[in-house]
Write a new protein. Structure first.
Length: 288
């Protein structure tokens, strides 16, 4: 049963799953299962990894599932694990922005690695425990009906099961957006928690581009919703640090996302040096 409108899902990214006859599943060429697994089990394992990527995006994502016999199936995988098989191929992605010459690795790479780590306090602290300076609507706990889902999220975070916590946060965020609205404080608070969890995993997953995308989206939502600025600035700091690392790992994509990061940095005094660092890297790439 189709639960996702395919036309509402962006054309990119498209994750390609391949499953070999010996049970090795790969996503975009990266092996995610060991040899000897039953192909069906390997396929399920790969789809579970895609569900995590959907949670990182906070929305369904497109997948091309390739079988060992050469057949391929266009799919959409939702945050809750729902898989929709499409009757038509995925749409062609938009024309890429002309690539700039690849700049040298950023001298700020190690500093960015450190800054990308979130504050030491648990990101899943009770929403109601925010400082009194935070407006009431942003410090209030979730409505009671969402308490069980929030309790699961907190338990997963405390147990170090961040993958599960990210998926739970994305699912809860989707429900809140549908019932309260995408810019309601509870929705934006849960989105902020999801972003914090994602930053905590980025060194392990190396999903630098997806993490930048999520942080930019979260900051934009917080600003549109009028969320407290202190937490927004922490997200901006993480977005900048993650972008700096992305500039070393994937300079072409970093160039495409630089403008959105510079918009986040704006003219805030504490972001002046960060903006200058982004501009220097762009200039270095253009001159190379």
């Amino acid at each position: 049963m189709t639960t996702t409108n395919p036309e509402s899902v962006p054309a990119t990214p498209v994750y390609t799953i391949t499953v070999s006859v010996d049970g090795v599943a790969s996503i975009n060429g990266e092996q995610v299962t060991e040899e000897g697994l039953d192909p069906n089990a390997a396929r399920v394992a790969a789809l579970s990894e895609i569900m995590i990527k959907a949670a990182l995006h906070g929305r369904p994502v497109r997948v091309l599932a390739k079988e060992a016999d050469g057949s391929a199936w266009p799919l959409i995988v939702d945050v809750n694990g729902t898989v929709t098989t499409l009757e038509t191929p995925h749409p062609a992605p938009p024309a890429p922005v002309p690539a700039q010459a690849r700049p040298a690795a950023s001298p700020h790479q190690e500093a960015a690695r450190a800054q990308a780590r979130p504050p030491q306090q648990p990101a899943a602290a009770e929403l109601g425990s925010a400082p009194s300076a935070v407006p009431t609507e942003w410090a209030a706990p979730l409505p009671p009906q969402y308490g069980p889902a929030w309790a699961d999220l907190v338990a997963q975070e405390k147990a170090g099961r961040l993958v599960e916590a990210i998926v739970t946060a994305a699912q809860l965020e989707t429900v809140l957006a549908g019932t309260l609205g995408p810019l309601a404080p509870p929705t934006v608070n849960v989105m902020t928690v999801r972003a914090a969890f994602t930053v905590r995993r980025v060194e392990e997953t190396e999903d630098w581009a997806e993490t930048v995308e999520l942080l930019v989206q979260t900051v934009q939502c917080r600003r549109e919703a009028g969320a407290p600025e202190d937490e927004t600035q922490r997200l901006i700091s993480n977005a900048h640090a993650t972008w700096m690392r992305l500039s070393a790992e994937d300079p072409e994509y970093a160039h495409e996302t630089a403008e959105s990061v510079l918009v986040l940095l704006g003219d805030h005094p504490q972001n002046k040096r960060r903006a200058q660092a982004v501009i220097r890297l762009l200039e270095r790439g253009a001159a190379a």
